[in-house]
Design a protein around this ligand. Structure first.
Ligand code: ATP
Length: 304
């Protein structure tokens, strides 16, 4: 079997007495677009820095394509951790030339590689302009261009759509998709933007307080904790509704939806039976609706 693109085993990092990354285990397969999801401060950036060997870890093992020496592994990886920084007074091309020189390319190889990566991210026409004049979206794309130097097999992107306007986000999403589909690059992308991750990723890990709370394929996660289906139940008296639901054997109350309706897993109990039981308990029912869960529901449940 092929080696995992990224394997993280028991990764732990403390700042003083605080455990920021806590015995983290995860695995990214080659070809995945893996979403590393978590609320602000969950430890995503710290975990990624540890994985890449940019900061020390207190415990655990990390390997990329079976290679556990971070320096040796780095030739397979392109990474953007936080907002990429460039020399603002130098052109986009000149900034990339620094990176190709650093990667050990000859001037001739360098020219070809820079043309390739600029073209790939759609910046060829602005390559001569100073990087300081680029929009945030263009800076992010220049960051991706830099990460593409040397044809990495895996890209580690920390919140790549952060701060972008809707168009910039859509462009970034398209670019990431195409890097996966056309360039066959495995992608590891951290985000707290659920809809983005749901639209882009095939597998997801949800991290909170430095621990992995759930991991799986998007379809699996969307099905997590709900059996086959869930129902949203509405009532003018939500407290009475919750109390009555809690008393019905076989029905699990999962939480409250954004509409104020109560979300339940009915298991074997049919909606009409549920309605009859609630009515018998004196609860007025205004709606019983099958729910379409999205990743936000899963995220809120898992990180509750
Ligand atoms: P965000 O989505 O807000 O970027 P994150 O999930 O990337 O959050 P981290 O930036 O990894 O989270 O931070 C996790 C926790 O570790 C935070 O509480 C942060 O304050 C703490 N932390 C990060 N770096 C340091 C540091 N150098 N020294 C002390 N604490 C730190």
């Amino acid at each position: 079997m092929a080696e995992a693109a990224l394997q993280v085993f028991g990764l732990t990092r403390r700042y003083g007495a605080r455990v920021v990354v806590d015995d983290l285990h995860l695995q990214v397969e080659e070809g995945d677009v893996y979403g590393f999801l978590g609320p602000n401060g969950a430890g995503k950036t710290t975990a990624m820095r540890c994985m890449l060997g940019l900061i020390r870890r207190d415990a655990g093992n990390v390997s990329f394509f079976g290679e556990s020496d971070p320096v040796a592994a780095r030739r397979h990886i392109g990474a953007i951790i936080e907002t990429p920084s460039f020399h603002p007074w130098m052109s986009g091309r000149a900034n990339l030339a620094q990176a190709t020189a650093y990667a050990g390319l000859t001037p001739k190889e360098s020219g070809v590689e820079i043309d390739r990566v600029l073209e790939r991210v759609g910046l060829s026409e602005r390559a001569k302009d100073r990087a300081g004049t680029y929009s945030l979206g263009m800076k992010q794309r220049l960051g991706i261009a830099r990460a593409l130097i040397g044809r990495p097999r895996l890209m580690m992107l920390d919140e790549p759509t952060n701060g972008l306007d809707p168009r910039g986000m859509a462009e970034m999403r398209e670019l990431i998709r195409s890097l996966s589909l056309h360039d066959r690059i495995t992608i590891f992308i951290s985000s707290h933007l659920l809809a983005e991750v749901q639209a882009m990723c095939n597998r997801i890990g949800i991290i909170q307080h430095g621990k992995l709370r759930a991991e799986g394929r998007v379809e699996e996660l969307l099905g997590l904790g709900i059996g086959e289906s869930t129902l949203e139940i509405g009532s003018p008296d939500v407290d009475a509704l919750r109390a009555a639901l809690a008393a019905i054997v076989g029905v699990d109350v999962l939480g409250q939806g954004r509409s104020g309706r109560v979300i339940v897993r009915p298991n074997e109990v049919k909606p009409e039976e549920l309605n009859a039981r609630l009515n018998a308990a004196g609860v007025a029912v205004s709606a019983i609706v099958p729910t379409e869960r999205n990743l936000e529901d899963v995220f809120l449940e898992v990180t509750r």
